[in-house]
Design a protein around this ligand. Structure first.
Ligand SMILES: NC(=O)c1ccc[n+]([C@@H]2O[C@H](COP(=O)([O-])OP(=O)(O)OC[C@H]3O[C@@H](n4cnc5c(N)ncnc54)[C@H](O)[C@@H]3O)[C@@H](O)[C@H]2O)c1
Length: 463
């Protein structure tokens, strides 16, 4: 199939590479000229394991191309994916500016007799219908005739008044990939959710995804609104699990229980399970914070106060401050003259993504109290230089995890990158002023850190 992906970020680039890998002809369109120029030169602008080789391979074959030319990208496409960002707006709702602008572009440039437009961006309920209406108006402005897609199979499409006729459907196909394992998730998804009221569009989507679902058919078809809602419900559920265990960790610290034991004790119940109940210093990333907030806002717009969603966010904000509180309890409110080593800046391991990362709160709060930060992250320096550009006077980005420790009052772990799991503890103790660790992800909880000579602070266990 001839596919156009609009928006070449974490989702668009992965989707484009994976569809190309399955033998489709894919064009990735983006308005960011710098990004497209880099991609044309084979430079991948984000870090995602396995992505680079897949992009380069398909680029070489000519099955994956990159452009900023909207007309060239859109006119010949059979399926067009919208994969642009939907950031948080000022009032907490999803900002649909980019989605609306793309819908306008699609209506202006589609030329095929029948096109399936796919909302892959995370968008509030009702957006697919709005996208449909924007595309329809743009097509009509071109004096072209809009044909119902249901009519396409049975009737030959007539040109009217010399202009071409066009039919299209808008489908909701939310994306569930996880950064860090995005290629695996896309190539072998738990499920593919397709929201549509058009049997014709459903057939197109089924054949597009069939190669990804060979082992078993995991495609779930439903109404458009349900598909849009499914994505928000999934992210809200996951965020709720994180805030739940973090709330338990706060209680554990106060009552003298150990959250690591409690996690095992509850996770062993198959109704609860082990995943997503790791205590930590709060969730971040480009999805959970904005999606939970946007769903709360949607609910409010429809007259419902979403109490659980509100609590999930309140707990998360508090959790992002927890390490700061532990550090100031230990060293005092005034941190002037002290340096802290921070390991991990990305919002989770195996990605360079720092959107809403817990590290942003910690670094800013410590600097606000006079501290200097020596940070190390395996992949996130380009993003750190952007998101923390106002902090660079008090923040240095170090060449190695050990380099970051020299002369610091303590080590603070924010992101559980694999290379942090088995470090040389003697070296850590030697390089720090004192052997003190604040572990925001409890990665050393099973080691006897005291016996290694460390003062060890973790989440959900009273120090
Ligand atoms: N990142 C994830 O893990 C993830 C997972 C599932 C769903 N999503 C959702 O997918 C969507 C995209 O997320 P992302 O992380 O890939 O975003 P991103 O910010 O990495 O990429 C979006 C891209 O869209 C481009 N863009 C903006 N306006 C455009 C326009 N008019 N025409 C062409 N390109 C345009 C931007 O330049 C950018 O490159 C969001 O709605 C997000 O919530 C993200």
């Amino acid at each position: 199939m001839t596919i156009t992906i609009i928006g070449s970020g974490y989702v668009g680039l992965v989707a484009g590479a994976c569809f190309a890998q399955m033998g489709n002809d894919v064009i990735c369109l983006d308005v960011d000229e710098n990004k497209i120029n880099r991609l044309k030169q084979g430079i991948i602008p984000i870090y995602e394991p396995g992505l680079e080789s897949m992009v380069l391979e398909n680029q070489k074959l000519g099955t994956l191309t990159f452009t900023t030319d909207k007309k060239e990208a859109i006119r010949n496409a059979q399926v067009i994916f919208i994969a642009v960002g939907t950031p948080m707006g000022d009032d907490g709702s999803a900002d649909l500016r980019f989605v609306r602008s793309v819908a306008e572009d699609i209506g202006t440039h589609i030329e095929r007799e029948y096109v399936v437009v796919v909302d892959k961006s995370t968008v509030p309920v009702g957006t697919a219908r709005e996208v449909r209406s924007i595309i329809s108006s743009a097509i009509q402005k071109r004096n072209m005739t809009l044909v119902d897609s249901a009519a396409i199979d049975s009737h030959s499409v007539q040109n009217q008044q010399g202009s071409q006729s066009i039919a299209f459907d808008v489908v909701s196909n939310p994306e569930f990939l996880k950064e860090g394992v995005a290629i695996k998730d896309f190539m072998s998804p738990d499920r593919v959710v397709i929201g549509t009221d058009s049997p014709k569009a459903l057939e197109v989507m089924k054949s597009l995804y069939a190669p990804f679902l060979i082992k078993s058919d995991r495609l779930i078809a439903m109404g458009i609104e349900s598909a849009e809602m499914t994505k928000y419900a999934a992210n809200a559920m996951l965020a709720t699990k994180i805030s739940f265990i973090n709330e338990m960790s706060q209680i554990c610290e106060r009552v003298g229980a150990n959250i690591n034991d409690v996690r095992l004790g509850i996770g062993s119940d198959s109704r609860i399970g082990y995943s997503f109940i790791y205590p930590g210093c709060g969730y971040g990333g480009s999805c959970f914070p904005k999606d939970v907030r946007a769903l709360e806002k949607t609910a409010a717009d429809f007259g419902y106060k979403a109490r659980i969603l509100d609590a999930v966010q309140v707990v998360n904000e508090a959790q992002k401050m927890l390490l700061v509180e532990k550090i100031t309890q230990r060293f005092g409110e005034n941190l002037a003259g002290k340096s802290f080593a921070v390991w991990g800046l990305s919002f989770k391991p195996e990605t360079d993504d720092m959107r809403e990362a817990s590290s942003l709160v910690l670094v800013r709060e410590l600097i606000k109290r006079g501290a200097r930060i020596k940070a190390y992250d395996p992949k996130a320096y380009e993003q750190a230089s952007f998101y923390l550009k106002d902090c660079l006077d008090s923040l240095s980005l170090e060449g190695s995890k050990y380099e970051a420790l020299k002369g610091c009052a303590a080590l603070v772990i924010i992101t559980e990158w694999r290379e942090f799991r088995s470090p040389d503890f003697d070296e850590i103790a030697k390089l720090l002023n004192e052997p003190i660790i604040f572990d925001g992800r409890n990665i050393y909880q099973s080691l006897n850190m005291q016996s290694k000579g460390f003062e060890y602070h973790q989440i959900g266990v009273k120090s």
